[in-house]
Design a protein around this ligand. Structure first.
Ligand code: ATP
Length: 433
């Protein structure tokens, strides 16, 4: 018999159906045994009645979380969750689970499982419908960001992750043995998305892994994460990049709400807020000023505390969860950001509910100026030779930005840690599972 997804059962009332999934819950009474079967599309109640003798006698002994195939007649049943239930005629154990589960999928009230234990048994943790929803949302979010980029005429690229020169300075880089030579894991696709501009690709995007040998033990830093990067040619200023990004995010979040809003409301207990464009913009100088008014001193760059405070102020003043912080001093930015006359840069960061989710900038595309800027920052030109030569033979003015996708999810779904917004956590202390 062909398997029917639980979400499709509505079309088969009155028929004999076959469903497959995990044994979510089992409640036995003397006259009836209730089985909740769970798979990625939903949960269905199944019942074993004394008439089906074999099923009735054995089903209660099946350990929770075993994988089952159940066949029976689908009926409407007002009292069942979802309004339907299957009267089990036969079942088969496709995979028997151990009796003792290291963590429970159905948590009873007040049960507090520590995060490390939940991360140790991540594949069981992810069986919880609420946890799985995060990844359904990620799928939609990323699909819609791509969709927006494609509509705007971007090409997709996949740049190498094994590289010869670190792109973001040397401190946070992993080294690997590359056939006896020293190589690095890419800390961003920065150099290569700029190369694509020199190749005349005009607009590109990439979603891919980013590696940072980051020792910060925070709720928002990982050693490996997924970055969503965009780079665009022939821009006049960074303003065009901010407009692109705010429209892309608004579009993607609206689609998340459209597709998953009801389920988010049910499992997370709140409504997704779609931001309005334009997002507020605040220069770093203005940030310092408003922070000073509330007794916080931050100059040049925002600490995580400063970001949080700015998020609160923007929320109060503009009822907005996003804010672009602009006008960073060149002394705080990498050598490839374009300078303004006043020793500032054409760069920006985007904060979402008080946390940085993006850095972006117009880049310096003029070979001689770029070389001078690198020297000015005390960098050795030799390891940068390949990168610099991308600009030697003509390169359009351009700029772009990089987003940490898990940070968006974290803020969108009010998750307490980025570890809940990645399939598996990679930090200094965690390399398994
Ligand atoms: P932060 O100041 O938070 O450490 P950053 O300035 O080093 O971030 P960028 O190099 O600008 O970050 O990277 C672009 C984006 O990638 C960030 O805005 C953030 O969303 C994400 N990101 C950066 N580092 C990490 C990390 N270690 N773990 C998860 N996401 C990260």
């Amino acid at each position: 018999m062909e398997r029917i997804l639980i979400s499709e059962l509505g079309k088969h009332v009155g028929e004999k159906v076959c469903v497959k999934g995990f044994l979510h819950e089992l409640r036995g009474q003397s006259k009836v045994k209730f089985v909740l079967l769970r798979e990625s599309s939903g949960i269905i109640q199944c019942v074993a009645l004394p008439e089906s003798k074999e099923v009735f006698a054995t089903i209660e002994k099946v350990p929770k979380e075993s994988v089952l195939k159940i066949m029976g007649i689908l009926k409407l049943e007002k009292q069942a969750p979802g309004g339907m239930e299957i009267a089990i005629e036969e079942y088969e154990i496709l995979s028997k689970a151990s009796l003792e589960l290291p963590i429970q999928v159905v948590e009873k009230g007040g049960e507090e499982i520590s995060l490390p234990l939940r991360l140790d048994y991540r594949w069981i943790e992810l069986r919880k419908p609420k946890q799985a929803l995060i990844f359904k949302i990620w799928t939609t979010l990323e699909e819609e960001m791509r969709h927006y980029c494609l509509k705007k005429g971007c090409m997709q690229i996949h740049s190498p992750k094994i590289i010869g020169t670190p792109s973001e300075g040397g401190a946070e880089v992993f080294t690997v043995d590359y056939f006896g030579r020293k190589a690095f894991l890419a800390q961003s696709p920065q150099f290569y998305k700029q190369m694509a501009m020199s190749a005349g690709f005009e607009k590109v995007f990439e979603s891919g892994p980013v590696f940072r040998a980051d020792r910060s033990h925070t709720v928002r830093h990982l050693a490996e994460f997924t970055g969503f990067d965009v780079e665009i040619s022939f821009i006049e200023s960074e303003e065009e990049l901010m407009r692109f990004e705010e429209e892309m995010l608004t579009h993607a979040i609206a689609k998340v709400k459209e597709k998953h809003g009801t389920e988010i409301q049910k499992l997370f207990g709140f409504e997704i807020k779609v931001p309005l464009v334009p997002f507020p913009r605040l220069s770093m100088g203005e940030c310092s000023k408003v922070l000073k008014e509330v007794g916080v001193i931050e100059e040049g760059d925002l600490s995580s505390e400063g970001e949080k405070k700015i998020g609160e102020i923007i929320k109060e003043k503009y009822s907005h969860e996003f804010v672009f912080v602009t006008g960073y001093k060149y002394s705080k930015r990498p050598f490839y950001h374009m300078k303004t006359k006043e020793e500032g840069t054409k760069s920006f960061e985007l904060l979402y509910s008080g946390m940085e989710i993006t850095t972006g900038a117009q880049r310096e595309h003029r070979y001689e100026v770029l070389k001078e800027q690198a020297i000015g920052k005390g960098l050795s030109l030799e390891p940068l030779a390949d990168y610099l030569s991308f600009f030697k033979y003509g390169c359009p003015p351009h700029g772009g930005f990089g987003i940490g996708t898990s940070r968006i999810l974290m803020q969108l779904l009010h998750l307490g840690t980025i570890r809940e917004a990645v399939l598996l956590t990679r930090t200094e202390e965690r390399l398994t599972p």
